[in-house]
Design a protein around this ligand. Structure first.
Ligand code: SF4
Length: 429
């Protein structure tokens, strides 16, 4: 903090307090202290030297955490007072309070600890200030153009582009803020709608459509990086395969954390999704259209790498509807307490109910059930939205495959929902 940080994270420390050895092996499913989700503990696994999964005791963990953080808060208060300050936040940037006490013969840190020159004082002549295009340049540019068009009386605006890249972050987010402020101040009509369409092989950077609202649709042909549509309130984000230079459609995949905490709106993703897709999903509709490309064989290992969703999909989900047409990957539905996930059993590729059961995280309070009359129209409706996107983008072959899947919805889909015990309120008689 004395060097300038005004926030400090204790995520790793909190894990270490309850026994984590920071071995960085969470993704292997073989946590040796029973914190991260485990592989099934079979006799064969034990023969291979893998430890039987014994979850940590929650009550003890809570006591350890509160004891540690109380003690640390007290220490920090004492240190802050000794430095002559009332609030720890007031220490931010006071590098002059730091002194190098050792290692001076190896590394002199005096430049790092020197206070910055006051504003207006010229720097050394050799110093060159480097400026770059701001990371949020495209999102604010689009926002300005769309708002300008609305101001001219247009109600439906489409922004077309074919060159979004990884440096174009949070596309659509600036526009969401502009439209909400415009509605509140009466500058933008309540019925105004915006479509942002990125063609060819666009792959926008992190946070595409983050915090998006109703009346905004973002369609990308290519792919997208991490954090697509996080905390989205409404609207639509569609990620389709994009044409490469040979005119072949490829990709259509998204990075980590698709739809994190999204409360509303629709997501359609034609390709794969990296880990933690739909984590903390809180009300949005999601269609994950990537299909299984080679016959399921879990004995090959690396289940996450081979799956369509790369692990921890639908973790901590509380509400919403998700359709998964491919392999949902390991540690599926961990901590899920609400909503419904519809899974396509692609038996031709060896993906049946038993394989799905193996994907579900150890300890997850969920169950696999057949669809009922209430579910069928919901699945058809969600797949129908995906089907329209495929036709709209002239992907007739994919649309035909999807139409066949839709035709046999009843027998080839199951749903994963929280166990009845978790969603039925307890009664006292
Ligand atoms: S595998 Fe277990 S011990 Fe290792 S880093 Fe993950 S939680 Fe910590």
């Amino acid at each position: 903090m004395l060097l300038g940080a005004n926030r400090v994270g204790f995520g790793t420390m909190a894990m270490v307090i309850i026994g984590c050895t920071a071995c960085r092996g969470c993704q292997l499913g073989t946590c040796h202290v029973g914190i991260a989700t485990q592989i099934e503990t079979t006799e064969e696994a034990e023969r291979q030297g893998l430890k039987r999964f014994v979850p940590r005791v929650l009550e003890n963990g809570v006591i350890y955490e509160t004891t540690f953080f109380r003690g640390m808060a007290r220490e920090i208060r004492i240190l802050t007072a000794k430095l002559g300050y009332h609030r720890t936040q007031d220490l931010v940037g006071h590098a002059e309070l730091l002194t190098q006490t050792r290692g001076l013969d190896k590394l002199d840190l005096s430049d790092l600890l020197a206070p910055p020159a006051p504003a207006g004082v010229p720097q050394l002549e050799s110093d060159v200030r480097i400026i770059r295009k701001p990371l949020n340049y495209l999102t604010s540019l689009i926002s300005g153009l769309v708002a300008e068009t609305f101001a001219k009386g247009e109600e439906r605006v489409r922004y077309d582009d074919d060159s979004a890249t990884s440096s174009d972050r949070a596309i659509g987010t600036h526009l969401a803020g502009t439209m909400v402020r415009g509605w509140q101040e009466g500058r933008i009509g309540a019925s105004c709608e915006a479509l942002l369409h990125f063609h060819r092989d666009s792959v926008p950077g992190n946070g595409l459509g983050a915090f998006t609202i109703p009346h905004i649709t973002i369609r990308v042909e290519g792919g997208a990086q991490d954090g697509v549509g996080k905390s989205m309130r409404g609207g639509k984000v569609v990620i389709l395969k994009g044409e490469n230079r040979n005119g072949v459609r490829v990709g259509g995949s998204v990075g980590k954390g698709l739809g994190y905490g999204a409360q509303g709106g629709t997501f359609i993703v034609q390709g794969e999704a990296d880990s933690r897709a739909c984590i903390r999903l809180s009300g949005a509709d999601v269609v994950l259209g990537g299909s299984i490309r080679s016959r399921i064989d879990d004995t090959l290992g690396n289940m996450a790498g081979r799956a369509t969703l790369k692990g921890f999909a639908c973790e901590y989900m509380t509400a919403g509807r998700v359709v998964v047409l491919g392999d949902p990957g390991p540690w599926f539905c961990s901590g899920m307490t609400g909503g419904t996930v519809y899974c396509y059993l692609d038996t031709e590729m060896g993906f049946d109910r038993e394989v799905l059961r193996r994907r579900i995280a150890q300890g997850a309070g969920v169950e696999i059930r057949d669809l009922d009359e209430y579910d069928l129209p919901r699945v058809e409706q969600l797949l129908g939205r995906y089907h329209r996107e495929l036709l709209h983008s002239h992907q007739e072959d994919e649309a035909d495959w999807l139409a066949e899947v839709m035709a046999r919805c009843r027998g080839s889909f199951v749903k994963v929902v929280p166990e009845q015990a978790m969603i039925t309120p307890k009664t006292t008689e």
